[in-house]
Design a protein around this ligand. Structure first.
Ligand code: SF4
Ligand code: FES
Length: 272
């Protein structure tokens, strides 16, 4: 299949060389459903603008597949601005591809004309494939439900200075809160561990005064739920943090372990 696309910045005055986009070979995981057997299928795309995002390149492929009466490639996306956490695929074996960003914020200028690109779904048994590149990440929702909340009453927002928070705590809590739940940390980890995700959620609430009432129960219940979901344990490999588009640090996992030990010593036990 050959797909032609005129780049968004091409103009009449540009040289023929400058106007020509990239020709790429894509090997994409196609799987009709959760129980179906999947396989890599090869597609060729041409005249791909370096200014396109990776998802726009997939859109171009899908438009042509639809026009040809073929089944388009299923993949998750929503905001396309790096904030919702919906997108995410393995690109040449790396979660979200060669840059430390989300798949929607990855641009085709990260690739060269003539490249072959392997595109696969997250590979982790707690994230079963729904179709093609789309996986079921509801295991993350259940981890959040197990403890990722506070019981402070809602209502009118209190005056910002009425509950002082040390700057270093508010900065660390904010950094942890930038986790978008994309799942790249799990996909990158050889153990399929979700520790970085869970640690980010435990940390962003556990460092704030409003998160203290449930602090012990939160950490033991979220850890118990991630174990029930089948995520592996952390062995400090660090691929999670290296692949995280938000740069959540391994120190966050240390904070979780500190909280967990403290909670267990204080007698907290997970709900069965
Ligand atoms: S910790 Fe990073 S990689 Fe993991 S879910 Fe959150 S944002 Fe994604
Ligand atoms: S589509 Fe929202 S983060 Fe990529």
């Amino acid at each position: 299949m050959t797909i032609t696309h005129e780049g968004p910045h091409s103009s009449v005055g540009e040289s023929a060389d400058k106007k020509r986009g990239m020709n790429l070979t894509l090997r994409i995981w196609r799987q009709n459903g959760p129980q179906a057997k999947g396989k890599m299928v090869t597609y060729k795309v041409s005249d791909i603008s370096p200014d396109m995002s990776f998802l726009e390149m997939l859109d171009v492929l899908n438009e042509r597949l639809i026009l040809d009466g073929d089944d388009p490639v299923a993949f998750d996306h929503d905001c396309r601005e790096g904030i919702c956490g919906m997108c995410g695929v393995m690109i040449n074996g790396q979660a979200h591809g060669p840059q430390q960003t989300t798949t929607c914020q990855l641009h085709m200028r990260s690739f060269k004309d003539g490249d072959s690109i392997d595109i696969e779904p997250w590979r982790a048994s707690p994230f079963p494939v729904i179709k093609d590149l789309a996986v079921d990440r509801r295991a993350f929702d259940r981890i959040i439900q197990a403890g990722g909340y506070i019981s402070a009453p809602t209502g009118t927002a209190p005056e910002a200075h009425s509950t002082p928070v040390p700057k270093k705590d508010s900065d660390a809590a904010f950094d942890a809160a930038t986790c978008i739940g994309c799942g790249a940390c799990v996909a990158a980890c050889p153990n399929a561990s979700s520790m970085l995700f869970t640690a980010a959620k435990v940390t962003h609430l556990g460092l704030m005064p409003q998160g203290q009432p449930e602090r012990d129960d939160r950490v033991v219940n979220m850890i118990a739920q991630q174990d029930r979901e089948g995520f592996g344990g952390c062995t400090n490999i660090g691929e999670c943090s290296a692949s995280c588009p938000k740069g959540i640090s391994m120190e966050t996992i240390s904070r979780l372990n500190h909280d967990l030990l403290g909670a267990l010593r204080a007698g907290a036990r997970p709900k069965s």
